[in-house]
Design a protein around this ligand. Structure first.
Ligand SMILES: Cc1cc2nc3c(=O)[nH]c(=O)nc-3n(C[C@H](O)[C@H](O)[C@H](O)COP(=O)(O)OP(=O)(O)OC[C@H]3O[C@@H](n4cnc5c(N)ncnc54)[C@H](O)[C@@H]3O)c2cc1C
Length: 378
């Protein structure tokens, strides 16, 4: 016999916990019987999430750091800029997991188990044979495609390794986060360093690649060491307090759609933006839409960015995937020329048509025309 719930949420990661928290906070939904399932206890600081907004940030209680000054570097130039009225916020995974679990409504059960199957009829089966059913099942399980090169559309991997470094003396500027530093060997891909300074002595330094394949593990360490030693001193003189590794899909299509009672959420639903990999803010938007729909007894919506943003992402990915323009040149055309607020609005899909026209004007090139034609014809 399967146990029944109003809703089942598969995965207690960014999307699953954001949704469970949203349900817990809603006066009409906080008494719903919910089962939250994850294959693991969420007790590791396995990632950091950054996002930007001009509004009160989601989960403001657990914001770890925020910056209003960003830097961009490439072989084409360098620029440091204020992003006011935006802030660039950072949340540590472990703080988010703890906070959400502490604030879940009593009617939400948490179960540690690995889901083997979830059906459009709302039935969920675990590997150990336990079965559950619900009116709606929200599923955040996601597997990267086995053979991305064989997909009929551009699919890139954003992969990265980072060290949280602690230095014996002041070496970081805590007021300025480096969004992208392309001044490293590109290896025929788009490679950059990303630096989040937490204090004058501590920072996350991350080697990031937009590419078709993962690298051998030693290459990430080699590139990090080379960059750190060029900018901050001998690696052995610094303490590596934590390491972070991640892979995010960069695609503008091919994600799961809702089927019957089964609603994909998070990365599985396509919330990681194709052209940037940022997902946290889009996950929040989707979870808010789901909570609103449930409160009005409506069908929970699929994650669906506006048509024009899907097309911008497709063209952008086409350019990078087919190597029509190097990532360093592409991002330089944006960050070295345009007001940063315009780019930030564009990247979180809150831009005006005027913003978008200036982005398009700055990127005008044979590469983008070819990519746009390719996308229209494919
Ligand atoms: C290291 C890292 C850093 C990132 N940084 C940023 C950032 O700065 N800004 C940003 O916007 N985005 C970032 N992202 C992208 C994105 O925001 C995250 O991947 C985010 O965690 C996606 O949320 P999710 O809920 O879809 O997946 P997850 O957070 O990965 O949650 C999925 C959950 O499902 C569970 N699960 C999987 N399979 C099963 C199963 N069969 N049964 C039960 N449970 C299962 C997993 O254990 C996991 O807890 C980052 C991603 C990574 C990997």
């Amino acid at each position: 016999m399967s146990q029944s719930y109003d809703y089942i949420i598969i995965g207690a990661g960014a999307a699953g916990l954001s949704l469970a928290y949203g349900l817990s906070q809603h006066p009409q939904l906080s008494k719903k019987r919910v089962l939250l399932i994850d294959k693991a206890h969420k007790i590791r600081n396995d990632r950091t999430w950054c996002f930007w907004t001009t509004e009160a940030p989601p989960f403001h209680e657990v914001i770890y750091r925020r910056w209003q000054q960003l830097a961009f570097h490439s072989m084409h130039g360098s620029r440091q800029f204020s992003i006011a009225p935006f802030f660039y916020y950072m949340i540590r995974g472990i703080d988010f997991y703890r906070y959400c679990f502490e604030h879940l409504a009593p009617s939400i059960d948490f179960c540690v188990g690995e889901v083997s199957e979830a059906t459009p009829a709302g039935e969920v089966t675990l590997h150990d044979g336990k079965q559950f059913r619900a009116q709606w099942v929200f599923d955040s399980r996601y597997l990267l495609p086995q053979k991305p090169a064989e997909l009929p559309y551009p699919f890139l991997l954003q992969h990265f390794k980072g060290y949280v470094l602690h230095a014996p003396h002041d070496i970081f500027d805590p007021h300025t986060a480096t969004l992208m530093d392309f001044r490293i060997p590109q290896g025929g891909e788009s490679r950059f360093m990303y630096i989040l300074p937490f204090s004058p002595k501590e920072a996350l330094v991350e080697f990031t690649i937009f590419g078709k394949k993962l690298l051998p593990s030693s290459t990430y360490d080699h590139e990090l060491k080379a960059y750190i030693e060029q900018h901050y001193g001998v690696l052995e003189s610094l303490e590596i307090k934590e390491k972070e590794f991640g892979v995010i899909p960069m695609a503008a299509q091919g994600f799961r759609r809702p089927e019957g009672a089964l609603i994909p959420i998070g990365t599985a639903a396509g919330c990681a933006k194709g052209s940037s990999g940022y997902a946290f803010i889009f996950i929040q938007k989707h979870c808010r839409q789901i909570v609103e729909a449930l409160a009005h007894n409506q069908r929970p919506p699929a994650y669906r960015p506006a048509w024009r943003f899907r097309h911008y992402d497709r063209i952008f990915l086409n350019v990078l995937y087919h190597e029509r323009m190097a990532g360093a040149e592409l991002f330089s055309k944006l960050f070295l020329k345009l007001p940063p607020q315009k780019i930030l609005r564009f990247l979180i899909e809150e831009s005006s048509l005027f913003d978008e026209l200036s982005v398009i004007y700055n990127l005008r090139s044979v590469a983008f025309v070819q990519a746009a034609l390719h996308e229209v014809l494919s």
